[in-house]
Design a protein around this ligand. Structure first.
Ligand code: HEM
Length: 487
């Protein structure tokens, strides 16, 4: 199969037309839309790829979309951004209709280019190291919350607690102010965001954009929430500017993501200003909260189901990192096995199981003519579960990501792509991996996991909203008596 995306008619054989591709049977006018179950769309698409092959079409009513499951073709499409492909325009339109400043996730063209530079400046490994003390405080709060639950013999709603952890971690960095949803439930902004993000996710996946024609009471309430959050973000920006003015050392060494973004925006020729910073404060929360929380939830579940893996990960944590209050950035970077557990979790349970890109011009993908404006949907997991690329592909085997298997691990990263690929690859990946390792290391060092499963016990169902998470995970913990000193 050709993996090229190119101008049409360059290939010797004429490209196939989307209309001629196989795909599920479509109804007149509605196409396949009535068949698609939004919360389960990724699995439905994966199942169709077994039936129709690695390139097929879906009819979204007015438009056909190209579905690709071959990782090389997907990687090529993702790498061909921003020239040949962009983020689908619908996302940017929906977020600005809701009243948000534009952020890098939905931006395209020049706006994206400038914002991407600013965001990257705040999320590179050197900056992440400076954020470590703030992340450690949040990790300690999660530990205190779980200690209280363990002492009360109470069950833990795992995802809800992990969301609190990632909210506090990312919001603390993006707002430049302490946010504490782990100790109490009273954070006002978070209450608004809990309305806003699910609404955004619903609108992104919605088939009829009713809100363009009628405004229901819940839409007006949403508008008020967005306005309040926007005002709060402007307040955080003003406060950060004052801090930087009072302590110019923060220009060199920003203490949080907000300061780093403001500094990058203030560089001559940056092409970005305060409204770009504001858009990206919220984008960090949107892109960084439930992706990281869901990955952690899946990882804890998989560790619990594989006691021999858990034991090895715990031994590494106790030897390398020791007592959670004394965790260091350097110790976290030496937790190779725990990091391999995260990679293996993301191979089996990628929280972004589909990535969409929209053709900017008419182009050819895998021998299929893709007209400008067509959405190409990459199925990120299909090849990750194939024996051809991973032996014993269904098994949870973190060893496959370790250095001893260096070549295999490098090529495995090219197949799995949990953070996407190319110029729009996730800029938050270093931060995400650090948060994941800190929370998991704290858990393994401080607690025995008595239970981390679903209501039904067996397979935990997957649910796709903005990201793909487990349904109904409950955890029970017992405190461990001794924590070894760091080696
Ligand atoms: C385990 C956690 C995470 C996963 C699996 C993940 C995954 C992804 C994926 C698949 C994309 C799309 C990449 C592409 O189009 O090629 C993305 C984009 C993005 N992510 Fe993450 N992400 C995670 C955590 C984070 C965090 C913690 C942040 C920031 C605090 C973040 C910020 C972003 C942003 C800003 C984009 C848009 C980049 C652009 O369009 O240029 N992500 N992420």
């Amino acid at each position: 199969m050709s993996t090229e995306t190119s101008e049409p008619h360059e290939d010797a054989a004429p490209p196939r037309r989307l209309e001629d591709l196989p795909g599920p049977r479509a109804l007149p006018f509605f196409g396949n839309t009535l068949q698609i179950r939004l919360a389960d769309m990724h699995r439905q698409f994966e199942a169709w790829s077994e039936r129709f092959g690695s390139v097929y079409r879906i009819d979204f009513g007015p438009r056909l979309a190209l579905i690709v499951a071959d990782h090389e073709v997907i990687a090529q499409v993702l790498r061909d951004r921003p020239q040949q492909f962009r983020r689908p325009l619908s996302g940017g339109r929906i977020s600005s209709e809701m009243g948000f400043d534009q952020g890098v996730f939905f931006a395209n063209d020049e706006v994206w280019r400038h914002q991407r530079r600013m965001v990257m400046a705040g999320l590179d490994p050197a900056h992440i190291k400076a954020y470590f003390p703030s992340l450690l405080r949040v990790t300690e709060r999660l530990r205190a919350r779980w200690q209280a639950a363990a002492r009360a013999h109470a069950g833990i709603d795992l995802q809800a607690d992990l969301m609190r952890f990632t909210v506090d971690a990312v919001a603390g960095l993006a707002f430049g102010a302490e946010v504490d949803t782990l100790s109490g439930d009273e954070d006002v902004i978070q209450r608004h965001l809990n309305k806003i993000f699910p609404a955004l996710s619903r609108r992104l996946f919605s088939i009829v954009p009713y809100w363009r024609y009628v405004k229901l009471p819940k839409d007006r309430e949403l508008e008020r929430s967005v306005a309040e959050v926007q005002a709060a973000v402007r307040g955080f920006i003003a406060a950060a500017r004052e801090r930087i003015a009072a302590d110019p050392g923060r220009r060199e060494h920003p203490r949080n993501l907000l300061e780093a973004m403001l500094n990058a925006a203030d560089q001559p020729g940056s092409g970005v200003g305060d409204s770009d910073v504001a858009g990206n404060v919220l984008t960090m929360l949107l892109a960084g909260e439930d992706t990281t929380a869901n990955t952690l939830a899946w990882m804890i579940h998989l560790l619990h189901r594989h006691p021999e893996v858990l034991a090895r990960a715990r031994a590494e944590v106790l030897q390398v990192a020791g007592e959670p209050a004394a965790f260091t950035f350097d110790a976290m970077s030496r937790l190779d096995y725990l990091e391999a557990c995260a990679h293996e979790t993301m191979r089996l349970k990628p929280v972004a199981p589909i990535i969409a890109a929209e053709a900017v011009h008419d182009t050819v993908v895998a021998g299929v003519l893709v007209p400008a404006g067509t959405v190409v949907i990459g199925l990120m997991r299909r090849d990750s579960l194939r024996e051809q690329y991973f032996s014993d592909a269904q098994a949870f085997r973190p060893e496959r990501w370790l250095d001893g298997a260096a070549i295999a691990a490098t090529s495995a990263k090219r197949v799995a792509m949990p953070f996407g690929a190319g110029p729009r690859m996730c800029p938050g990946r270093y931060l995400a991996l650090l948060e994941i390792k800190m929370a998991a290391a704290m858990l393994l060092a401080s607690f025995d996991i008595d239970e981390a499963g679903g209501a039904a016990g067996a397979e935990v169902p997957e649910r796709l909203a903005f990201s793909m998470g487990p349904v109904g995970l409950r955890m029970r913990l017992t405190e461990r008596r001794t924590v070894a000193a760091a080696g």
